[in-house]
Design a protein around this ligand. Structure first.
Ligand code: NAI
Ligand code: MG
Length: 323
């Protein structure tokens, strides 16, 4: 039986995750959910946002479905998600961007770069070491090339004109793209940030380092129309974690108006990873139909509630199943 670690988290996390679980059940997913209490709520009770046991428990599951967590206000706090990504070696962060203006996928390296964790914070000076390895660059480029082989082309996004670490990243990505026979081009990250706004349609698959991918994917979410619409997969060779790209949104938490689409699309990506393509497509199609009928949560200018929108998605799934 498939086992999914469920991390609802904080703020709107539990609200959107419960929508995703309802939709998964409606699609016929019959795996087991193992719930984990991780995040700010946990930290405010026990002083720890995540424990070694949680990591072990997550490793006993096939993959994780993650809401969002609020960052605790503690200068010594280390990001829970970064820890999970490192310990489960979830090295590829896949972020599809899809709307009438764009159809692209950001493939972000997820374990090194400026998120190496090698840093010191002093009063007068602080340093963070940007680590790029040949192996890290190679494996992320391979993931990007496998995705690009079914699509139009690959853009390698870097800052090799300034950063020596990106010279290695760029060289390695080129080698891999040539080995895979993928049509590719190269772009400096600042130009990519500009072009993403001005000519979003020119992009297809984009591969980049950790921080650049983090920033460009939120920018991409703005092009799509809302952070609340975007999903992601964090993939390793053994485990995976699926999460909407937004945070815990404390400004709207508890109001029942969070957009559940990012979480629902993340659940569909999970089904695809499990090889349940039919169920994944049923969900994707139902979300698109509900949106195309003008049903929208307030972030998109509508007045649907989280549960109202989820009901509409479930109705669309029933309609497809009946038709
Ligand atoms: P955020 O993504 O939570 O919110 C940014 C803005 O987008 C807010 O105005 C929010 O209301 C809106 N928004 C986000 N998701 C939405 C949704 N599904 N539906 C409708 N509106 C939505 O980012 P913010 O405010 O910078 O961070 C809040 C907390 O979340 C912080 O503690 C931050 O550290 C944490 N965070 C956690 C992440 C994670 O667990 N993966 C990712 C990003 C932030
Ligand atoms: Mg981010």
């Amino acid at each position: 039986m498939k086992r999914v670690a469920l991390v609802p988290g904080d703020g709107i996390g539990p609200e959107v995750i419960s929508s995703a679980v309802r939709v998964l059940r409606e699609a016929g997913f019959d795996g087991e959910f193992v719930e984990f209490d991780i995040g700010y709520g946990r930290w405010s009770r026990d002083g720890k946002a995540i424990t070694d046991d949680d990591i072990e428990g997550m490793k006993e599951c096939d993959c994780t479905l993650f809401g969002a967590i609020t960052t605790p206000p503690d200068p010594d706090y280390r990001s829970v998600l970064i820890r999970i990504r490192k310990e489960l070696d979830l090295y590829a962060n896949i972020r599809p961007l899809r709307s009438s203006r764009i159809d692209a996928i950001i493939v972000r390296e997820n374990t090194e770069g400026l998120y190496s964790g090698l840093e010191v914070l002093g009063d007068e000076e602080a340093r963070t070491v940007r680590v790029i390895t040949r192996r890290g660059s190679q494996r992320i480029a391979e993931v990007a090339c496998r995705i690009a082989s079914d699509r139009r082309h690959l853009t390698i996004i870097h800052k090799a004109n300034v950063l020596k670490s990106d010279v290695l990243f760029l060289r390695t990505c080129r080698e891999v793209a040539e080995r895979y026979g993928i049509r590719y081009d190269e772009m400096l990250v600042d130009a990519a940030a500009y072009n993403l706004v001005v000519r979003p349609e020119r992009f297809d698959v984009m591969v980049t380092t950790n921080l650049f991918g983090d920033i460009l994917s939120d920018e991409g979410a703005g092009i799509v129309g809302s952070l609340g619409l975007c999903a992601s997969a964090n993939l390793g060779d053994r485990w995976a974690l699926f999460e909407p790209i937004h945070g815990s949104a404390p400004d709207i938490a508890g109001k029942g108006i969070a957009n559940p689409v990012g979480a629902i699309r993340s659940a569909a990506m999970m089904l695809e990873w499990f090889g349940e393509k039919g169920m994944a497509q049923l969900i994707e199609h139902a979300v698109d139909s509900a949106l195309s009928k003008g049903l929208k949560t307030p972030d998109l200018g509508g007045s649907c509630t989280t549960s109202g929108f989820t009901d509409a998605v479930i109705d669309e799934m029933k309609r497809t199943a009946a038709g």
